[in-house]
Design a protein around this ligand. Structure first.
Ligand SMILES: [Zn+2]
Length: 69
């Protein structure tokens, strides 16, 4: 029972991570990722806004932007 719950959680987590798109400022050097392309934190971005996935952003050590809800 316990094992099933953990397995289910893992499957759901990996599924949602793969599906969630995020936006970063520039392909390199970004420290934050954004859930919305229209985020306040991206409005001051002077680089290209790059769309990626949340799992890739987290793998690069990026953290969520402070302006997100
Ligand atoms: Zn943001």
């Amino acid at each position: 029972m316990k094992y099933t719950a953990i397995l289910l959680f893992t499957v759901l987590t990996s599924f949602s991570s793969a599906e969630t798109s995020v936006y970063i400022c520039g392909a390199n050097g970004a420290k934050r990722y954004h859930l919305k392309e229209t985020c306040r934190g991206l409005s001051s971005c002077s680089h290209e806004v790059v769309k990626t996935t949340i799992s890739q952003a987290q793998n690069k050590g990026l953290t969520i932007c402070g302006w997100e809800d």
